[in-house]
Design a protein around this ligand. Structure first.
Ligand code: PMV
Length: 332
């Protein structure tokens, strides 16, 4: 079947920072994770994507940040469009344009906001109206953490056991807790090892089993800290979890190092700030940048201290962000 006329939609989605990380799959093809994860959407890190189905096209035309992507990222976008075409029972080809407002591949989860925005824009452009849960399931298949960028605010991805029960739900709306994620950008270079490869390597780490055993209690600590607005309790749990992700990566065979000297300097500075009475806690993604979590009232001071570190190229301050949503203004 073809969509008869042009169908266009544009969506915007926020990236998210995981407090409890997703690292390793039980089913890599469907991106069913080994564990639940918890995150906060980031209001200043967004992807905007326009999708147009056009029956006159005989191929998909994709531009990311104004450029045609390389083969692998292009194939990943097309595979996602194919999922949407299968749902809509159409074969129509598309024009897709996508724009981030932050550097790609630098440890800010660009694939999360990208596949969340693509899922919403493409389904609406195909005349499908999916529930939040269905959208989260769809986004997950493009990039695991993307399922957490569908609901707004503070979110938990329920690992589930199969595609139909592996999706994210909101724990609390953005306004529930006025915290900030001050991202200290240490490098904007593309990371050497993708998170897809990192997930695949996780099972080769002897440390993975230990992490999975510790996680149910840590997930409960993070939920409790969130609901009690207890930054010290949240901070202790998220620092542990960030380090464990990297222990698993470093003990994978062959080992994966996302660390850099600049990153360690930002982590040490956070510890020094804390010793001075400033309540700030770090977390890390699969990249070189450090996310500094603090109360809104302390964000200016945390950002100023981060800027003093010579390795820090840029600082982006994020409040809790909203859900993936449609917007009227198309990119083309
Ligand atoms: O969604 P992916 O495959 O890019 O994996 C994300 C992995 C981490 O960002 C390191 C952790 C997380 O839960 O976001």
């Amino acid at each position: 079947m073809e969509l008869m006329s042009n169908h266009k939609a544009t969506a915007i989605a926020n990236a998210n920072i995981a407090f409890i990380k997703y690292w390793g799959n039980r089913d890599a093809a469907r991106r069913i994770p080994l564990n639940n994860s918890i995150s906060m959407n980031l209001d200043h890190a967004t992807t905007t994507t326009t999708v147009e189905f056009d029956s006159a096209l005989n191929d998909d035309y994709v531009l990311i940040g104004g450029k045609a992507p390389n083969d692998a990222p292009r194939a990943r976008v097309i595979a996602h469009l194919d999922r949407v075409r299968a749902l809509a029972q159409i074969e129509t080809r598309t024009r897709v344009q996508s724009q981030n407002n932050f550097p790609m591949g630098a440890g800010i989860a660009s694939s999360a906001s990208a596949f969340a925005a693509l899922s919403l824009a493409a389904t609406r452009a195909a005349d499908l109206e999916l529930s939040e849960r269905e959208l989260s399931i769809l986004a997950r298949q493009g990039s695991g953490s993307a399922c957490r960028s569908i609901p707004g605010g503070f979110v938990e991805w329920l690992a589930g056991s199969e595609s139909a029960n592996s999706y994210a739900v909101q724990l609390a709306p953005p306004e529930f807790w006025d915290v900030r994620d001050v991202i200290a950008i240490v490098s904007t270079a593309e990371k050497q090892i993708s998170s897809t490869d990192g997930h695949a390597a996780a099972s080769s780490s002897h440390f993975l089993a230990e992490r999975l055993t510790a996680l149910p209690a840590r997930l409960a600590r993070v939920r409790r800290a969130l609901f009690a607005h207890d930054l010290a309790a949240l901070g202790a749990a998220i620092e542990e979890d960030a380090l464990e992700l990297h222990f698993v990566a470093m003990t994978s065979v062959p080992p994966i190092f996302y660390w850099s000297p600049g990153m360690v300097r930002v982590i040490q500075a956070a510890h020094h700030s804390r010793a001075d009475g400033l309540a700030v806690y770090f977390t890390l993604d699969a990249g070189p940048n450090v996310h500094l979590i603090c109360e809104a009232k302390d964000a200016d001071q945390v950002a100023a201290r981060a800027r003093e570190i010579s390795d820090v190229q840029q600082v982006i301050v994020n409040a809790p962000g909203g859900a993936a949503r449609l917007i009227e203004q198309h990119l083309f």
